[in-house]
Write a protein that binds this ligand. Sequence first.
Ligand SMILES: Cc1cc2nc3c(=O)[nH]c(=O)nc-3n(C[C@H](O)[C@H](O)[C@H](O)COP(=O)(O)O)c2cc1C
Length: 111
Amino acid sequence: MKSLIVYCSYEGNTEQLANYIKEEIGADILKLVVEKEKKIKSLFRFIWGGIQVYMTKEPKLREYNVDLSKYDNIIIGRPCWFETFAPPIRTFLSNNKLKNKNIYLFVMVET
Ligand SMILES: Cc1cc2nc3c(=O)[nH]c(=O)nc-3n(C[C@H](O)[C@H](O)[C@H](O)COP(=O)(O)O)c2cc1C
């Protein structure tokens, strides 16, 4: 059974866990990166993130080349943004059909 970890990470926490799982189970990995990513610090990050979440934004992602048909298991990793998923995951789910896959999810919260 082949597994693909698909994740996005703004501050690196999800990325760390994604890489750990990759090593543990021998999965392939795909990092979703927003094409025009803004690195905003402090409180403005939350305001900007809140706008993205509540407007259900689907930011354009940097091009990736992965053949999802090769995978049985799709492991989605994402930071928790206002109790829901960060926007790049929304884009990924809109752009790809994950029918007949086993879907797993892990979520990073505030530590
Ligand atoms: C815009 C924004 C909204 C967030 N909302 C939540 C939240 O609702 N609950 C929570 O536990 N953490 C929240 N966090 C914190 C992140 O989920 C947490 O720091 C996570 O570990 C970040 O993962 P990352 O390093 O992969 O980006 C939020 C962070 C940001 C930037």
